[in-house]
Design a protein. Sequence first.
Length: 237
Amino acid sequence: MTPSGPLVLRWRAVEHAPVHAGVLQTAVVEVENAGSATWRTRGPNEGLFLSYHWLDERGNPIVWDNLRTPLVRPVEPGEVLRQEFGLRGPLPPGRYRLAVDMLEENRFWLAELGNAWHEESVDVLPRDASGAQAFLPDGAEPADGWREHVSALHAEGYAAVGGAVEPASRLLRRRLPAALEPYAAGGGRHPHFPHPLVCPSLLPPLEPNAEVAGLPAYRPEGDEPWMFDGRAVVRLR
């Protein structure tokens, strides 16, 4: 049944490049205002926005709330809007379903009013890790397997990867500054690590923006995906 009322939409097209895990791209949407109300974005957190969900193959939500893109202009009833919107690939790579929708911020998604969202199957590709740069100062050496480990994390979609640090010998253990205690080797992934990533591996254009105990560090900012993994160890000489 075709919905009727103030907020009704009809999808014409959604266009995007191949999707890579964690990568932000600019996609294009074309949608018709088939309702009786004018579409408007009224402020940074008010009015109608374009957004999307990432679902699994059965339609279960994997990442429900994603980037919001404001409408570039008011859209009168009967008009067709064609505009760009931000689309970031989910993590990790794999087969997903992309569901593009509109929402009245802090109130409802238009699909909740009976509108169909635009849905398509997407094979999300690994992120290109070839441009990753390791910021290791003099006296720091990656342990065996470090490069392979961080490269795999980049391929999963993480733009910034950091791990543990440890002294190259037991004689140096007592000489490590207290600021490095949170970076002791051991454990696994910590997606909510509260400290900057030291001696990080970063994909362009990211660069170190902090320092911990004289070591280059990256404090996550913006919405680029990042990960701390205590199994990726850098040894300090």
